[in-house]
Design a protein around this ligand. Structure first.
Ligand code: FES
Length: 108
């Protein structure tokens, strides 16, 4: 099964199994990962699933949609590779993807 590596603000890493067609957020919630609250359940309207994608992986992702882009404008700690983890869907090509959980996510 594909995996995604979540780097926490303290540098600790958690490797999560992510079935194909699951979003990274769904796997994070299944495993109770701290910092991925996902208040809206994947509707791209809350921003509480924000992650910063490793730049080496960012180009492998489909471009964000308009709603995601709009929400990313207002999330704390936005960076050039920010994404909503509910909108990043696992495929075989993304096996091993690395993302970072911003420290502001732990304050939600
Ligand atoms: S879970 Fe709400 S925007 Fe991703």
């Amino acid at each position: 099964m594909p995996v995604a590596v979540f780097e926490m603000p303290d540098g600790a890493e958690q490797v999560l199994d992510v079935p194909d067609d699951w979003s990274l957020m769904e796997a994070a919630r299944r495993d109770g990962l701290e910092g991925i609250v996902a208040e809206c359940g994947g509707g791209a309207i809350c921003g509480t699933c924000h992650v910063q994608v490793d730049p080496r992986w960012y180009a492998s992702l489909e471009a964000p949609g308009m709603m995601e882009e709009a929400l990313l404008e207002v999330v704390p700690e936005r960076c050039a590779t920010s994404r909503l983890s509910c909108q990043v869907v696992m495929t075989p090509a993304l096996d091993g993807i690395r993302v970072r959980v911003p420290s502001s996510q732990l304050e939600l």
